[in-house]
Design a protein around this ligand. Sequence first.
Ligand code: 16G
Ligand code: ZN
Length: 526
Amino acid sequence: INLRTVYAFAREMYQKKSNARIQYGTAGFRGNADNLDSTMFRMGVLATLRSRVLGGAVIGVMITASHNPEPDNGVKLIDPKGEMLDPSWEVIATDLANVTDQELEEQVAKIIKENNIDVSSSSNVYVGMDNRYHSPRLLKAVADGVIALKGNVKEFGIVTTPMMHYYVVAANTKGAYGQPTEEGYYTKLITAFNALRGDKLENGNYRNLLLFDGANGVGARKMLQFIKRMNNTLNVEVFNKGDGKINHECGADHVKVQQKVPICMPKADPNTRCVSVDGDADRVVYFFTDENGTFHLLDGDRIATLFADYLMDMVKKCGLELNLGLVQTAYANGASTDYIVNKLKVPVACVPTGVKHLHHKALEFDIGVYFEANGHGTVIFSDNAKNLIKKAAGEGNINAKQFLLIIDVINETVGDAISDMLLVETILNHKGWDVKDWLGCYEDLPNLQLKVKVQDRNVITTTDAERICVTPVGLQEAINGAVANYKRGRSFVRPSGTEDVVRVYAEAATKEDCESLAYDVGILVH
Ligand code: 16G
Ligand code: ZN
């Protein structure tokens, strides 16, 4: 391999347009799409090298800016087991993205040398994108990065982020997880869902009608593909299909943060189940409007508790000894944590924000349910759990057979809005519940998030899963002082990993107290 091709490509086609320093964060690289061509090219180069380090295993590259506004785009690398890029390579990615075009060839040589990479070995990169208009241009840049190093690249076109994770795992496990194709993905999820549902499309309070807000993103398109293949087992009507701007006044992030109905949703009967996904369909939240016109949100915490409760029940019904745990972040509503610990009696762990932290912790359980309040999460099963369930099913245990179908509906590789939604629908149907029954499990504490602009957000450092502030010295004592003034008060602050702001979270027994607490803490940070 002649590394000069890398330099030639960079010089001719993918010159760096901005010298502002960028960092590979929880969401990879993200920013205005106009400045990302050179970053994309370099990530194609990096994915090729990462694949070579790992003996030619498939590495995924997803081009998306998730719930960000339309002008933005971004890129994330997916490791062979479907996990986020290893942290040690996040540093390598950051360095590679920041060198000048002139330094690029030398930097690539350095990565090759430091990681003992055999540049003649095989390398496989899968790449996919969301439906932003600049995504195809950026996808080509990634593919050129792979080609510059003579790697193999396979393009999947427009896909959801979780589909990309699925493809990577399916390919690396040689089909054991499913076929690494779009049809393979639909087939796996739909076959299991339809088998679980049987012909009982309605049950108790559960109605077979779901209004789906696709955020004008890729989730809308894929949901339509699901519907085509589902034989009407789930009655879904899709809105925000892609005519409007992606995430604009719609989508899971909008609904969760603004706590209101997205645009372009029809005026439905009271208590109609509605669901919102984000632009790349890895987050999901439910909502409905009741007969008094009041909006109700069923967020990631609700989905997590619904899953944990149901799966605990399945474990008991199968007569198996498996430990189940739930992983949350500090953003989880205090009422949800109380409910899980005291009512469900499921152990809860709290970790810092970002899927990789949740996923990592969930691996410690036989069955690990993890969710961020914003709707990003899934369930993962240990080999031990899967083996025991398979064995019981093999011995004719009906519940265990059902459990295997549930595992198949779940996209274990990463949070998957559509897969999560199919499991929610399955559970509600089995329980004969509709949104009001679900909402009735516990009552959310009023909560609020504020953004505070400061000169340098990194002066704030935290510990204990971001719940305690270490620096600036004295800030935590001041927060404690503020919190003590409110019944059931809780508050924490942390620097955002995706925006140049400090985030303030507050919850308390009443809406007024919660607002007042958020304000008090906001002033302390300012
Ligand atoms: C990223 C994370 C998401 C997290 C969010 C927090 C992944 C794949 N995504 O989008 O899980 O909730 O960052 O953003 O890990 P913040 O640091 O700006 O609050
Ligand atoms: Zn997303």
